[in-house]
Design a protein around this ligand. Structure first.
Ligand code: MTE
Ligand code: MO
Length: 448
């Protein structure tokens, strides 16, 4: 066992782990030199000898700060709780240059600052094709109909109150945009895990299994093999979902997220939850479900969310997110301040079920060690892994490799590109590498 007390490692703490607005702009314009310089400047301030820093710590414990001798704030000061003011840099951030219009944009979750598997609702990533709305739930309706009347007995329109009276289920699932890590297909594009993997979140969702509503409308499952989900926003977001997924009971019409109603940015008051499937199918502000006898090939299925293969053909309806993982601590943009012990931590997930094993390499994929998985391990949910590491101060390359319960193993960039080429945008699940140099700086690199 590693002696943690004798070999304490330290990461540069938040908020310095996060990019300033200037740094974000510099990244957007491709100016990597700006980043490097500012991290070096910040590093210089931290070179005080260890002993000096330790005695500072000792002195602090002898002090009597104001909060030990004064009255605190009243319980009613915050009817809705907020994070500490000292955590104000932990924010979802937009990707400059990725979308020109604020409404049709993406914000990335700050994975480098999150623990466990649940994404706080206020830090859930966002992807809107036409901006978000705060819809009055009393005016919102969900219609279930057929593309042809013979596919069901009776089309129905539900109010939110009606839906909330029906038998409900609560389940923890990840949602990942199909374009997550999309910028990295060709080469290293962005510096931090927030931007490489931050179109990923995990919540406990509560709602009605869609199967229940289809049964209620008397759907003929022999003929109706697909459903089309439609959102109420201006993006005409529509996605085909195969009926087997609905029949499994996993697809939900959700109104709850992490114990409260969905946030407006995430589809309040109703969103479809399609476990394991790419985010675009999780239609927000859900207003209509149509059952049909064939896939719909809508604009978001025929033009977008397809994968260009090396032979010039496109993959379509490639919707299940294959096993993937990433080390979140330490990760790009962070700095290791000391040699010694570190808890290396990350996330693994698979759209095909549970995570079975995560292996971690500290030498760019030559040797692998099995990480600890934090249980209970759930179906199609993020799984937190941790592994002990003692940094000896030499350059290292950290990688994680997930395996799911089907036996599928997350590929290297070399393996993935052999099959998929480099021209895709979507569905990049390659092994991520973080390089650590002698100064302790961590950066994004690609290892084939
Ligand atoms: N109605 C509607 N649903 C939508 C979208 C949208 O723009 N409109 N964006 C989709 C995409 S591409 C993704 S990745 C997820 C993002 O969900 P989130 O914003 O809750 O993270 O919602 C999906 N559902
Ligand atoms: Mo997406």
């Amino acid at each position: 066992m590693v002696d943690i007390v004798k070999q304490p490692g330290r990461l540069r703490p938040a908020p310095e782990n996060f990019l300033s607005d200037e740094q974000v702009k510099a990244v957007g314009s491709g100016r990597r030199d700006f980043l490097r310089k500012s991290f070096l400047a910040a590093g210089a301030a931290l070179t005080a000898p260890l002993a000096a820093r330790a005695s500072e710590g000792d002195a602090n414990i002898l002090q009597n700060p104001a909060w030990t001798t004064s009255l605190g704030q009243p319980v009613a000061a915050r009817p809705y709780g907020m994070p500490s003011q000292y955590e104000s840099q932990l924010l979802r951030r937009e990707s400059p240059g990725l979308a020109r219009v604020g409404g049709a944009s993406v914000s990335f979750a700050p994975l480098q600052g999150l623990f466990g598997i649940i994404t706080p609702s206020g830090l859930h990533f966002e992807r809107h094709h036409q901006g978000w709305h705060d819809i009055d739930p009393s005016k919102h309706r969900l219609m279930v109909n057929g593309s042809d009347d013979s596919l069901l007995k009776k089309a129905k329109v539900y109010t939110l109150d009606e839906l909330m009276r029906l038998p409900s289920a609560s389940r923890i699932h990840f949602i990942e945009c199909g374009a997550n890590t999309g910028l990295e297909w060709g080469n290293v594009a962005v510096p931090t895990v927030q931007y490489t993997h931050g179109m990923l979140s995990c919540s406990e969702f509560t709602g009605v299994p869609l199967k229940y509503l289809l049964d209620d409308c008397g759907v003929d499952y022999k003929k109706a093999r697909y459903v089309l989900a439609e959102g109420a926003d201006g993006s005409s977001m529509t996605r085909t979902i195969p009926m087997e997924m609905v029949e499994s009971g996993e697809v939900m019409v959700a109104y709850g997220q992490n114990g409260e109603m969905l946030r407006p940015e995430n589809g309040y008051p109703l969103r479809l939850v399609v476990p394991g499937v790419q985010g675009v199918s999780w239609v927000k502000w859900l207003r209509r479900i149509e059952v049909g006898d064939q896939p719909y090939a809508t604009k978001d299925e025929a033009v977008h969310y397809i994968d260009l293969l090396p032979n010039g053909l496109h993959r379509q309806y490639s919707s299940v997110q294959e096993a993937k993982s990433v080390i979140t601590t330490p990760s790009g943009g962070q700095t290791l301040l000391d040699h010694g012990f570190y808890n290396v931590s990350g996330l693994a997930w698979s759209g095909r079920g549970k995570i079975k094993q995560v292996d971690v390499s500290f030498d760019g994929g030559i040797n692998w060690q099995t990480a600890r998985l934090e249980g209970p391990i759930q179906n199609k949910a993020l799984t937190r892994f941790n592994i002990n590491w003692v940094w000896d101060g030499k350059p290292a390359i950290l990688q994680s490799r997930a395996m799911d319960e089907t036996g599928y193993v997350q590929p290297t960039y070399g393996q993935l590109r052999k099959v998929r080429g480099t021209k895709s945008i979507y569905h990049n699940n390659a092994i991520q590498s973080w390089k650590i140099i002698e100064s302790g700086e961590v950066s994004n690199v690609q290892v084939l």
